[in-house]
Write a protein that binds this ligand. Sequence first.
Ligand SMILES: C[S@@+](CC[C@H](N)C(=O)[O-])C[C@H]1O[C@@H](n2cnc3c(N)ncnc32)[C@H](O)[C@@H]1O
Length: 351
Amino acid sequence: MTSTVPVNPAEKTRKMRNRAALIETIGGYMAAHALGLAAELKIADLIHDGVRTSADLAKATGTHEPSLRRMLRLLASVGITTEPEPGEFGLTEVGAQLRSDSPDSLYAFTRMFCHESHFSAWQGLAHSVRTGQSAWDHVFGKNIYAYLADLPELSELFNVAMSQESRISAGQIAAAYDFADVRNVVDIGGGDGTLLSAILGANSHLTGVVFDSPSGVAQASDVLTEAGLADRATVVAGDFFESVPTGGDLYIIKSVFQDWDDGPAKAILRTCRAYLPADATLLIVGSVLPETAASGEPIMFYTDLNMLVNSGGRERTESHFRGLLAETGFAVESVSLKSAGPLSMIEATPV
Ligand SMILES: C[S@@+](CC[C@H](N)C(=O)[O-])C[C@H]1O[C@@H](n2cnc3c(N)ncnc32)[C@H](O)[C@@H]1O
């Protein structure tokens, strides 16, 4: 004889919801693959601000219509596309960021982070978690920047991806920091010059230098010239493990330390300590992790683990940053958490 346990309907609903939540989390990698392919096929550019049938979209992209439709439905279920009528697809506001022509485009960012190289690197997650080292280096036999330096097209995509991610925060930093007493800003690891453009654009008294590796600065002259800033900005290629430009009074280093574990992060800080004039300020801009995962946006923890996988790097808490700065000869002058949108600013001076 089997005994029947009475089922509490609320309990049943909760269990079903929990099952769905776990399964949807597993499905994250499926959605990421679909998102990456939608970006590669430029589906958002084709839909633009209207609605297109899957038949139209399949014709324009040379894909198999019934299968493309299924992929677009998956993307509708995660809030990227809409399907107002069966087989007709539009974009949500989130999905519209995939358009390559919009001012707040995340097209290159999506292509880069859904690129096969990133998926391959993430297959080495177990290596990273077991050893604390970069899966990217393990999978490809070289670090991400050496890998990009060998592939100019992918390197350009990476630089544009970084600038798309930085475009909004560049304006926030330019607005949040007081540049009144600054004359010459050096942006270390400044990539294509997006941040320097925003700062010089908002402060006509400033001159500036964007400093990065040769492949990192490859697009910087064009970006600064297009912004009409060529006469106030200089582009310098180099290696921040060797030297940084002299002559600045404010040295910004944004979203760079996250790429590196503490050993190389301290090496970069020591280079800065050696080259910064005694009265210069170092301004670290980036995420500052909370002490527990209970507070803090999920994106911080995605980025933190992505840094481990891609470069053996990490996001850091305020106390972690303070420790690195103290060890490398800097005094922390101020910490303003989330003062540039989600990004924080730490001002330090040589001691
Ligand atoms: C995550 S990106 C951040 C770029 C930019 N600061 C931003 O916030 O968009 C890190 C930057 O560090 C640069 N970088 C990596 N290794 C470098 C090195 N050895 N010397 C100078 N720059 C380097 C990369 O080329 C890249 O532009």
